[in-house]
Design a protein around this ligand. Structure first.
Ligand code: FAD
Length: 295
């Protein structure tokens, strides 16, 4: 199903992000994860696109298998950094042939220490990739956005202007970078609406499950941890189970607040694991958390 159509009918929606495993054992574990999350009836699941030569085969193969074997709606991520135009056309032809209807069009990140130059005939920014997709394919196209501003952006205003350009080029929905401060999301949505962006802006939430991993992630993506959450995490730094309990509890409260304040749903960064996301979405559903009172 196309995501633009799914979002028009499923409110609130839930969606789950997975990355292609590196080996057979990882694939078996991932399908167990997806099976565990499937009863929560996600509006779609997304499959990330990694760096390296086998990225195309791994993303296309996993997206195809999830769609065909499990019948779930799939959003395939695709990045353009370092790719020649012919390679990108081959990727999108493969996705079309596999029956994938939705693409998250991204720039991606160059290998450490390299600039995000375009390969010969390739694209330098996601907006150019989106324009090519809109001209040549029938995908429902999504794009990334950054409530706390992309790490390379000169400032929040120019970052927002580039987002406007991505939507004008053909992006039909946006998914945010992970964040822990809902006020940052709602302030960003208000600024985007003021700038003329009308498409759905799906909040991306990552339940914290690992103390050290979360610091690596936020260093990479520029998200901030609210001071009070930081105090509670630091108090549990040597208790992995307690960190995970706090992560699930915090994300449940965060999602409840997002839904009550009008977010269209929640996109979960699952890291290919089901327990945290399953607990959170089950609680949200059990309590109809998007309503003002429990029912
Ligand atoms: P762009 O929109 O091109 O923006 C990148 C930077 O360039 C920004 O600072 C922007 O302000 C600036 N910019 C944009 N357009 C212009 C222009 N015309 N002129 C000058 N400056 C411009 N990475 C992966 O490798 N694989 C994945 O599967 C993946 N999935 C993701 C999913 C989500 C929901 C998100 C939020 C991120 C994901 N990423 C993924 C990470 C993403 O690739 C990086 O954040 C990357 O640095 C930027 O990608 P973008 O598509 O937002 O780039």
């Amino acid at each position: 199903m196309r995501i633009d159509e799914a979002l028009a009918t499923a409110r609130p929606f839930f969606s789950f992000e997975f990355f292609p495993p590196k080996d057979d054992a990882g694939e078996v574990a991932l399908f167990a994860t997806i099976e565990a999350l499937r009863p929560l009836r996600p509006a779609f699941v997304s499959v990330t696109y990694g760096a390296g030569g086998s990225a195309r085969a791994r993303t296309v193969g996993l997206a195809k298998r999830i769609r065909q074997d499990l019948g779930l709606g799939v959003l395939a991520h695709a990045t353009c950094v370092g790719a020649e135009r012919a390679q990108l056309r081959a990727l999108f032809d493969d996705l079309s042939r596999a029956g994938i209807e939705n693409v998250l069009a991204l720039r991606g990140d160059p290998p450490k220490g390299e600039a995000a130059d375009s390969a010969s005939g390739g694209f330098q920014h996601a907006g150019e990739l989106i324009a090519m997709l809109a001209r040549n394919y029938h995908f429902c196209i999504g794009a990334a956005c950054y409530p706390e501003t992309h790490v390379e952006a000169a400032d929040a205003q120019s970052d927002l202007q580039h987002l406007v350009e991505k939507v004008q080029a053909g992006a039909q929905f946006l998914i945010t970078q992970l964040f822990f401060d809902n006020d940052a999301y709602f302030a960003f949505v208000a600024r985007a609406r003021q700038a003329g962006i009308r498409v759905p802006i799906l909040p991306g939430v990552m339940p914290i499950t690992d103390y050290r991993q979360i610091d690596r992630f936020i260093a990479m993506c520029g998200a901030s941890i609210p001071p009070k959450l930081r105090v509670e995490l630091d108090a549990r730094r040597d208790e992995p189970g307690a960190v995970e309990d706090l992560g699930v509890a915090y994300a449940t409260l965060q999602c409840t607040d997002l839904l009550r304040r009008g977010a269209p749903g929640v996109h979960f960064y699952t890291l290919n694991r089901s327990p945290a996301t399953r607990a959170i979405v089950s609680a949200l559903l059990a309590a109809s958390a998007w309503r003002a009172s429990f029912s």
